[in-house]
Write a protein that binds this ligand. Structure first.
Ligand code: ADP
Length: 169
């Protein structure tokens, strides 16, 4: 099983799939979404996203990676944190599960995730990270050849992932 944690910019990683924390309109935005659009080439990526139309929360849509050093971008829409009683955890789990299922369906191997919903969408990282790690472990039990990377913008977030990964599954 390989699950790695890296600190830095998700757009610089060479992997099969880069996951984007998108919005339901797939319209691009700030944070990791903006960084991915800029690095992939905004015009190309916006055209591809417009052709798809949108994506419900918890699901995934696929576009080419254009100028990113990857084969595809998986756009998934995390939940906006509303206090925790609105099904946020299940929706976040669904994001990771759908992306990992799509990776297997597409017969690709390596995938990098940002900390979905942990920025502007306000999901508490200490609750989000165990969900992400549990879903990665679940996929790797099914397909031990997969490589999952969690890319963090700061070291506090990376520490949370390292802690979760050092705990038994
Ligand atoms: P959301 O709207 O789903 O909350 P954000 O983009 O606001 O998404 O933030 C998600 C996480 O991605 C945050 O932890 C943020 O620090 C991180 N982030 C922002 N830009 C990048 C980047 N270029 N590479 C990796 N992580 C990033």
């Amino acid at each position: 099983m390989t699950i790695d944690v890296v600190e830095g910019d998700i757009t610089s990683l060479q992997v099969d799939v880069v996951v984007n924390a998108a919005n339901t309109r797939l319209a691009g935005g700030g944070g990791v979404d903006g960084a991915i659009h800029r690095a992939a080439g905004s015009a190309d990526l916006q055209r591809a996203c417009r052709a798809i139309g949108g994506c419900p929360t918890g699901e995934v849509r696929v576009t080419p990676a254009f100028r990113l050093p990857a084969r595809a971008i998986y756009h998934t829409v995390g939940p906006v944190w509303q206090g925790g009683a609105a099904g946020e955890e299940a929706l976040l789990r669904s994001c990771y599960r759908h992306c990992l299922q799509q990776l297997i369906e597409d017969q690709l191997q390596s995938i990098v995730f940002p900390a979905i919903s942990c920025g502007v969408y306000g999901f508490p990282p200490q609750l989000a990270v165990p969900v992400a790690v549990a879903e990665a472990r679940r996929a790797l039990r099914q397909r031990p050849d997969l490589g999952v990377i969690f890319c963090c913008f700061d070291s506090a977030m990376a520490d949370l992932y390292r802690q979760a990964l050092s705990a038994p599954s």
